[in-house]
Each structure stands twice: as structure tokens, then as C-alpha cells.
Design a protein around this ligand. Structure first.
Ligand code: ATP
Length: 217
């Protein structure tokens, strides 16, 4: 049987229960052998995070400790240069071989921005895209993305049938949590309990991250 591996890339600034529950739900509903969380080093299509990639990765590691199907993948940090998903997928494809099914998961907010990504049309040569709904966003693509979506869209079964090449939309559990809100609550001195794992909450407080007077660390 073909191996099915997924990855969820993100800034994870910080990782929250929206990311974690989405990852676990997809592992169970789609049957991924493993889902890798890939913190980006220097994102190209958004403002640079105030917290270093190493700290963001450490928070991911703490969040998934004890959950073996979720794995931290530090490949973008190790590359150490600008973060491009096409390079990450190419590297993972080389590692997994041609037969494995590789799926890049993203929320609809990320998918709507896809045409601004570096070499975005090549992503499907290496992987499938799995797009999930996110509270507050509806699927209103521009003409270019609408056409791309129409051409490549397939049902979820394709993830087992082919190694790469399709776009699948799945409805997942909706958890209205964002890292922006977690940072804002922290800066205001308010509680983030139950929005993020306790271990991440403790890491943030131990290192003084996101507080109103915190600077890059
Ligand atoms: P920020 O608020 O800083 O923009 P974020 O909460 O969107 O951060 P990211 O690390 O940028 O988190 O997200 C990584 C990926 O996870 C993206 O594809 C995003 O769409 C998806 N994602 C984040 N939060 C959720 C959520 N609550 N439900 C579904 N998908 C999510």
C-alpha cells in the first residue's frame, strides 16, 4: 500500500489548538501515516515573525510531545535561507521516494494567497494540496486561482491513488483560534489557557514572548 504522509507548514507563532486538532483530525480521517509540522524560517509572503524560528520550533516540539503521529520537521530551519514551500516539498519528495503520497495541508486563508507563492504552479508536481475551511474565511478565489482549482480539484480518495497532483477540499472541525489572537491576548496580559497547550503557555511566559515590551528573541 502507498504511504500517505502529510505536512502542515506555518509560522507557528505560536502553535495553537487550531493547528493541533486539525492535524490530528486529518491523520485520523484521511489515514495519514504521519503529519509533519514544518515551521518556516523566513516567510516570504508575510511580515517576519518577532520570535525566532528556533523558538517557534521549540514550541511546536513541546506541543506535540507524546503524540507520535505528529512530527516536528526542522528542514526549513536547517536550510537557513528564505522559506519556499516548493523547495521543502522537493526535499521531502527526495526523502520519501516517488511512490509515497505527499500532501501539503493548508487553511483556506493560505490557499487564497497561493498565486503569490514562489513557483506555486510547480507545487503539484511534488505533492497534493489539501485545503480546509477556517472560521472567518470563505472560498472566493480570484480568476487565476478559480481556474487552477477547477482543473486540479479531486475527491479525497485521490490521496491514496496518486503520489501528487490534485487539490482536495475537506471540511474539518472549525476552531476559531489564531496565533494573532494568542499574541494579542498575551500582550494584554490576558489568559491564553485552553487556546494553546499548557506547555506552550509556560514556554511563552518563561521566555517573556509576545508581552507588550518584548522584542525579537
Ligand atoms: P497568524 O494569526 O499569525 O496569521 P495562524 O493562526 O494563521 O497565524 P499559521 O502558522 O500562519 O497560523 O498557520 C499555518 C497553517 O495553519 C495555515 O495553512 C493556516 O491556514 C492553518 N490554520 C491556522 N489556524 C487554523 C485554524 N484555527 N483552523 C484551520 N486552519 C488553521
Amino acid at each position: 500500500m502507498r504511504r500517505k504522509i502529510a505536512l502542515l507548514g506555518g509560522t507557528f507563532n505560536p502553535i495553537h489548538h487550531g493547528h493541533l486538532r486539525l492535524a490530528l483530525d486529518l491523520v485520523e480521517s484521511v489515514g495519514f501515516e504521519q503529519l509533519r509540522l514544518v515551521p518556516c524560517h523566513l516567510p516570504q509572503h508575510r511580515q517576519q515573525p518577532t520570535v525566532s524560528s528556533d523558538r517557534r520550533a521549540q514550541m511546536v516540539a513541546q506541543a506535540i510531545a507524546g503524540c507520535d503521529v505528529l512530527q516536528l520537521d526542522r528542514c526549513e530551519l536547517e536550510r537557513g535561507s528564505a522559506t519556499y514551500s516548493i523547495d521543502t516539498l522537493t526535499q521531502l519528495r527526495r526523502e520519501l521516494g516517488d511512490d509515497a503520497s505527499l500532501t501539503m495541508v493548508m487553511g483556506i486563508d493560505a490557499y487564497l494567497g497561493l498565486p503569490r507563492w514562489h513557483r506555486w504552479r510547480e507545487l503539484l508536481t511534488q505533492a497534493h494540496l489539501l485545503v480546509v475551511a477556517r472560521p472567518g474565511y470563505s472560498f472566493k478565489p480570484d480568476a487565476e486561482l478559480a481556474e487552477y482549482d477547477r482543473v486540479h480539484r479531486a475527491e479525497v480518495g485521490v490521496l491514496a491513488e496518486k503520489p501528487a497532483g490534485s487539490v482536495v477540499h475537506l471540511s474539518a472541525r472549525l476552531l476559531d483560534i489564531s496565533a494573532t489572537e494568542v499574541r494579542e491576548l498575551t500582550a494584554q496580559g490576558r489568559s491564553t489557557q485552553y487556546l494553546i497547550p499548557d506547555a506552550v503557555r509556560h514556554y511563552i511566559s518563561e521566555h517573556g514572548l509576545y508581552s507588550a515590551d518584548a522584542h525579537s528573541s
